[in-house]
Write a protein that binds this ligand. Sequence first.
Ligand code: URA
Length: 434
Amino acid sequence: MRMYDLIMKKRDGGVLRRDEIEYMVREYTADHISDYQMSAMMMAIYFRGMNAEETSALTLAMAHSGEMMDLSAIDGVKVDKHSTGGVGDKTSIALTPMAAACGVKIAKMSGRGLGHTGGTIDKLESFPGFDTSLTSRRFVRQVNEIGVAIMGQTADIAPADKKLYALRDVTATVDQMSLIASSIMSKKLASGADAIVLDVKTGSGAFMKNEEDAFALAKEMVTLGRMAGRKTVAVISDMDQPLGFAVGNALEVREAIQTLRGKGPADFTALCMTLGAQMLIAGGAASDEREAYAMLRHSVEDGSALKKLAAFVEAQGGDPAAVYDTSLLPAASLVREIASDRAGYVSHIDCQEVGICSLLLGGGRETKESVIDLSVGLVLHKKVGDYVAAGESLATIYANDEEKLRQAAERFLRAYRFAVEPPQRGELIKGILS
Ligand code: URA
């Protein structure tokens, strides 16, 4: 078999056979296929798509490209959660300790930033010393001991996805439904959890810009999970504007901590409750949404969720003091307000542009080798529906470089649209597929 022939077949609209997909994944993982040929294949798939059989074959080949984790040494139902990616999406940082404080066993594998979106692993590294490269043995022990562990993808778990994820990030081939479904589900299947709660984003800051595509992606992933014998639920949620106010790694960690203190943004808190309820039900800790909501609220009110975050940070080598004193998190040297040059009601925010602003500041990767700056980003003061007077601050920008700050601020201003009348606000939760 030759990679050249497979690229040509897909480029011309053909359907790849299971053995062809297995060959491609195996040889790429072993470094026998070059990045440039795989980039061409990703672009061909981007334009030609894959059918359900191809997507399933790619998912299983990537899941089996490394170790399939055995979590049977952990008692009870192990729950994993994954977002398809968004801007300001710090959900896992607040939600996993909340759910763990309610008795759910969280065994989660997370990714780094992708395209204009942030990644949980990068965000967690804002805690000084935090280690995301756990061995399977340490991962299992930690879930048994404190109820929650989050690891990055090691070279052993779905290594094919790890390589492809980094390649897609820098070749503009992220936002393709089958590639997203197989990337996420291969990791979820390899990391061994019994139940998977998916947060499928839709809107200008998501990879799936329209709701129809987001529902189709959700359906595809739920089917892949079910076929592999995992209880799988998908929540389809809004990403037409950033979630909460903070965008940027350490800034988002601060907002997640505020949320665990009961002082988080309304939209972010509501999403944590919706996803958390699904996790509690899937994990057998609550019998229905009403009970789950009450338990999650209680975990914030009695401080047990915040305590769980500190225990989780400490268990992974991070400084738990940063949970109680967020001045210990990375901080930028330049802090400026971005004043609005117009007045009116905010009618639309190009959420992807806001993500790109954070990336331009250094908060995301431009190449596979880029080192990111955890301290930079933006904190929005105005969201859709808010009234803004001319000269009023739309956001605070955090940077370490004057030129990057200037470019990002200019671009940020162009991401906002205004109207004379207040716009209709969209629903945060578009639907739940289970
Ligand atoms: N998250 C992933 O893990 N993979 C994707 O392709 C997109 C979001």
